[in-house]
Design a protein around this ligand. Structure first.
Ligand SMILES: [Mg+2]
Length: 256
């Protein structure tokens, strides 16, 4: 059995748009292989991601999706049990934390201290959230980042990614975040757990060398870079991280 692990932003989607030819290409892969959707983006729940894929014509169940928010919630539960968490992130992150049994600290009680501050992309990020996050960390909370992507590719350019928010907390607190997302082990461990397949039967398709391609090659998977997201043919030439194949878009994806 072969499995394809597909990144979302820059591979299937660009902002709110579906990349041309992506649904047909993914459904072709699904005819003969397993497909797992893997995203460092924590803003949406797995359920919302699968609904979005279905609405785009791609066959997908909630259990076929791993987000960095879900992987963070699972990692914390497996290592520490149910914890009290101050989240800096959007509804999708909070949903996954609750689904794994964690308690959400809303940040209103100035005497309360969370076990962890968990940071993902938060498009409503404020100085007040930074202050409350810092207060918790200085009082002993651990700092966990869903991911540290600097950029999020959207329709006509880029938005600041979760990494920019994580850096603000790291700078203020003097601590380094424990990072869940690609290319780090917690996210990839979640992938291996879900698939139950040896890495050499897996092909990882992504748009970033320093997250997707690095993660896949570290785990002994085949790697394919698409040029519809962050990295370009030029950045491939300049990087020491080399994918097994480079294709213009996922529409050109054939079984490898
Ligand atoms: Mg991507």
């Amino acid at each position: 059995m072969m499995a394809y692990i597909l990144d979302l932003d820059g591979v299937i989607f660009r902002g709110s748009e579906v990349i041309a030819g992506a649904p047909d290409a993914v459904n072709r892969l699904l005819d003969s292989a397993r497909v797992l959707f893997l995203t460092n983006n924590s803003t949406q729940s797995r359920d919302a991601v699968s609904a979005r894929l279905n609405a785009s014509g791609i066959r997908c169940r909630e259990s076929d999706v791993i987000t960095a928010g879900y992987a963070a919630a699972v990692h914390i539960r497996k290592r520490y049990g149910a914890q009290k968490i101050y989240p800096i992130g959007e509804a999708g992150l909070i949903h996954e934390l609750k689904a794994e049994g964690h308690e959400i600290d809303e940040g209103g009680d100035e005497d309360a201290v969370a076990d962890f501050v968990v940071v993902g992309l938060d498009r409503d990020f404020t100085y007040e959230k930074l202050r409350i996050g810092l207060r918790n960390i200085l009082a002993g909370a651990g700092l966990i980042a869903t991911n540290t992507d600097p950029l999020l590719p959207v329709e006509h350019g880029f938005l600041p990614g979760a990494g920019a928010i994580v850096r603000a907390l790291e700078t203020a607190s003097g601590r380094s975040a424990f990072v869940i997302g690609k290319p780090n082990p917690p996210m990839m461990d979640a992938v291996i757990d879900h698939l139950g397949l040896p890495a050499h039967e897996c092909t990882l398709v992504g748009d970033r060398l320093d997250t997707d391609i690095l993660a896949g090659s570290r785990y002994g998977m085949k790697t394919v870079l698409v040029l519809t997201g962050v990295d370009t043919a030029e950045s491939v030439r300049q990087s020491r991280i080399k994918p097994d194949a480079v294709i213009g878009s996922i529409a050109e994806m054939r079984e490898i």
